[in-house]
Design a protein around this ligand. Structure first.
Ligand SMILES: Cc1cc2nc3c(=O)[nH]c(=O)nc-3n(C[C@H](O)[C@H](O)[C@H](O)COP(=O)(O)OP(=O)(O)OC[C@H]3O[C@@H](n4cnc5c(N)ncnc54)[C@H](O)[C@@H]3O)c2cc1C
Length: 351
């Protein structure tokens, strides 16, 4: 079944869920969809970690890591208390097993103090054994703020709250990304390492993917790409082949108008230098009427055309009615046997 929303988050681990939770709290009207490839949430790292609520003692005072870890640990405990999830404030001991390790232990202790951890205590060898009878150390730090929790339970509660706020969570929903430029895929894979989300990036043309997996995608996005390919109609036909019946295709591209020439080529490439000169060729820009004709020829139904308006002073973009520069189109693949009816918000006709 095809779902629609304003924003999609890929990955139902703690990072995706916590992001969805914060976004739905800050923007109650946001229509958010979280996509998880597995049949259940928290099936990877989140469900297979050591369950420690880290205190933030190790991190350099003032660093982002230190601030987020210290604040995150307190907020995690608060979250658990609010929602009846059991966590244990068992604390931990960090030990120096010989004299040579003492200066490093002292540095960790000072970092913990600078990071605002409460109750830190330097233990003697005898005191260490009171906490951990089987531990042999010359000295140790007791960190009472470290705790343990079951992150699968935390994830389940987050998912419940997100859904109560009207967001959708789709499991069994894998995201695949393709590109024909090996360098871009390299960058995307690096980004994947940072974000932790394992999007399946493939070096493939859409036509090749369509030959392998016809009728298997619920939604396809093709953003700012059609104006760079020699045969946009072929790309759209392949997207149509890839979609399941009822699936939706989202396309954004540049209109062939004097305004688009002025803003996207002269403004962005020559004046503001947001893009390298020569990125765009005016003749390759696409009028919405041309796009509509290619979509129809591929058997897709155009549902909506909206303007995509970039506001450089805010470094942000918004959806609006002005389609003469950048625009977004949405088309759907008809379900066999279903009579085509009016779609809410459907464009009367392309400009
Ligand atoms: C051995 C080990 C022990 C750890 N112990 C602790 C600890 O005690 N305390 C602590 O705070 N941290 C610990 N961590 C770190 C912590 O587990 C991770 O930082 C955290 O779980 C990362 O969450 P995540 O949401 O980014 O990743 P994940 O939990 O891995 O979630 C990513 C999700 O994305 C989904 N996904 C991937 N690709 C796609 C796709 N193409 N389409 C759709 N969905 C996709 C996956 O199925 C997965 O569910 C530990 C890590 C490891 C490896």
């Amino acid at each position: 079944m095809t779902q629609s929303g304003d924003l999609a988050i890929i990955g139902g681990g703690i990072v995706g869920l916590a992001t969805a939770l914060a976004l739905t709290e800050a923007h109650p009207r946001l229509r958010l969809i979280l996509l998880e490839k597995e049949p259940q949430l928290a099936g990877h790292q989140t469900g297979h970690n050591s369950g420690v609520i880290h205190s933030g003692i190790y991190y350099k005072p003032g660093s982002l890591k230190a601030r987020t870890c210290v604040d995150g640990a307190r907020r995690m405990k608060q979250f658990c208390d609010t929602h009846g999830i059991k966590w244990e404030g068992c604390g931990k001991v960090i030990v120096a097993t010989d004299e040579a390790e003492l200066p490093r232990l002292q540095t960790i202790y000072e970092r913990g103090q600078a990071n605002g951890l409460s109750g830190l205590k330097m233990l003697s060898a005898a005191e260490v054994r009171e906490y951990e009878p089987n531990c042999r150390a010359v000295r140790a730090i007791h960190v009472p703020e470290t705790g343990i929790v079951d992150y699968v339970q935390v994830a389940a509660k987050m998912a419940e709250l997100i859904q109560q706020r009207g967001a959708q969570i789709l499991t069994g929903a894998r995201v695949t990304a393709i590109d024909l430029a090996p360098d871009l895929l390299k960058i995307a894979r690096l980004h994947k390492l940072e974000s932790g989300v394992e999007v399946d990036y493939r070096l493939s043309s859409v036509e090749a993917l369509a030959a392998q997996q016809p009728g298997s995608y619920d939604a396809i996005t093709c953003m700012e790409m059609l104006e760079h390919v020699p045969d946009p109609a072929s790309v759209l036909a392949a997207c149509a082949t890839l979609l399941k019946p009822g699936g939706r295709l989202f396309v954004s591209t540049l209109n062939r108008t004097p305004a688009a020439f002025a803003l996207a080529i002269v403004g962005a490439e020559y004046i503001a230098r947001l893009l390298p000169t020569g990125t765009h060729q005016y003749r390759d820009f696409i009028k919405p009427s041309e796009l509509a004709a290619w979509l129809r020829a591929s058997g897709l139904q155009l549902e909506d055309v909206s303007g995509l308006i970039y506001e450089p002073w805010r470094n942000a973009a918004r959806i609006g009615s002005r389609t003469d520069v950048n625009y977004l189109a949405c088309a759907s693949k008809p379900v066999p046997g279903e009579v085509e009816g009016p779609v809410p918000g459907r464009a009367e006709g392309p400009a």
